[in-house]
Design a protein around this ligand. Structure first.
Ligand code: NAD
Length: 324
């Protein structure tokens, strides 16, 4: 068993987080993560309306009595998002932990704090982590360049970003990006993290509410099977390499691409169909370089138990055995 500032602050058994994933962070997965003793997040914007989010939170409560949270992502989107209404739905649902991610979180942080909600802010740079700490969040989740989704524009991998952030922060820190097994978890703890976040690894579990074909594609993919799209728009996103991501990259390479040029290819609505129908070439879908370390589709409980057991073994046997 691991006891860290993260497990203590959030009342969670294991220092493991399933962070927000668009179209994936639904009640089935989040409840399974909670029941396995880790911390899962329902992704607010996966729900078409704030009322749907209320119902999703209620559905998750029917499946677990353990703590879970809601992710609110604040990044550029094709349609206007009624953030204040989603925030209100989260507050009124009585959820006690929120993961914010992206830009300008201040008004959300202020409101959540005023309602006694604990906040983990996910960010991709030490300067953003320090800003979030100043704004009063309870923890930060720092996302290295390896990660799925939006790694920012600084391209600093976890091996540097995690200790650089640990040197400056006073609040608990979760390491995110590139973690898929116990080795990554022990490494992140050694680098100064208090817990680890995994996205792609949790996508590829039995309870993850995406099509089996996509889980099998993640298992088949290697660490080289991602593309960085939206580099030219300064909204970089790491996605699984496929026909659509390659087309986006080639349009961007030609120069002067606008979001309007790319929107028909990259829309989240197409990504949603990928997960529903299992056609991995239908749209872009987020996945990290950690695909290269994912070789099976375990249950969430098997995954969490295995990580904790193997992490203990790495520390007690392998690392301890290296000491004279
Ligand atoms: P969407 O359909 O609104 O947009 C599709 C993609 O285009 C997203 O990556 C979005 O960031 C990007 N985009 C939209 N408008 C843009 C603009 N003006 N300039 C540059 N890029 C732009 O998004 P969705 O798939 O329905 O997702 C909803 C929200 O969740 C978005 O904010 C998206 O960024 C976010 N998301 C986050 C992750 C992550 O890794 N954290 C993964 C998937 C989606």
């Amino acid at each position: 068993m691991f006891k860290t500032r993260f497990t203590e602050t959030f009342g969670v058994q294991h220092p493991i987080v399933q962070g927000g994933m668009q179209w994936v962070g639904r009640a089935e997965l989040v409840a399974a993560v909670a029941n396995a003793g880790a911390l899962g997040f329902i992704t607010a914007l996966t729900q078409p309306t704030p009322d749907d989010l209320r119902r999703e939170i209620a559905r998750c409560r029917e499946m677990t009595d353990k703590p879970f949270g809601v992710n609110l992502t604040l990044l550029p989107a094709l349609k206007a998002i009624p953030y204040a209404e989603y925030r209100q739905a989260i507050i009124e649902s009585g959820v006690k932990i929120v993961e914010t991610a992206g830009n300008n979180p201040q008004e959300h942080i202020d409101d959540f704090k005023a309602h006694g909600i604990k906040i983990i802010h996910k960010c991709v740079a030490v300067r953003h982590a320090l800003k979030a700490e100043k704004l009063g969040v309870d923890a930060v989740s720092i996302d290295g360049f390896e990660c799925a989704g939006h790694p920012g524009e600084d391209d600093v991998p976890g091996l540097i970003l995690i200790p650089a952030a640990a040197d400056k922060l006073n609040i608990p820190m979760i390491a995110s990006g590139g973690i898929g097994d116990a080795r990554g978890m022990v490494a992140a703890l050694a680098l100064g993290a208090d817990g680890v976040n995994m996205g792609t690894r949790f996508m590829c579990t039995k309870e993850s509410p995406i099509h089996q074909n996509i889980k099998e594609q993640i298992v088949a993919n290697t660490e080289r099977d991602t593309d960085l799209i939206f580099r030219t728009l300064r909204n970089t996103s790491r996605v699984a390499r496929n026909a659509v991501s390659q087309e986006v990259v080639s349009i961007e390479q030609r120069g002067n691409a606008t979001i309007e040029d790319l929107a028909p290819l990259v829309s989240g609505q197409r990504g949603k169909v990928v997960y529903e129908k299992g056609d991995s070439d239908y749209g872009v879908w987020s996945a990290g370089q950690v695909q290269g370390l994912i070789n099976d589709i375990p249950s969430v409980r098997e995954l969490v138990d295995r990580m904790v057991t193997e992490a203990e073994s790495i520390i007690r046997k392998r690392l301890n055995g290296m000491l004279d």
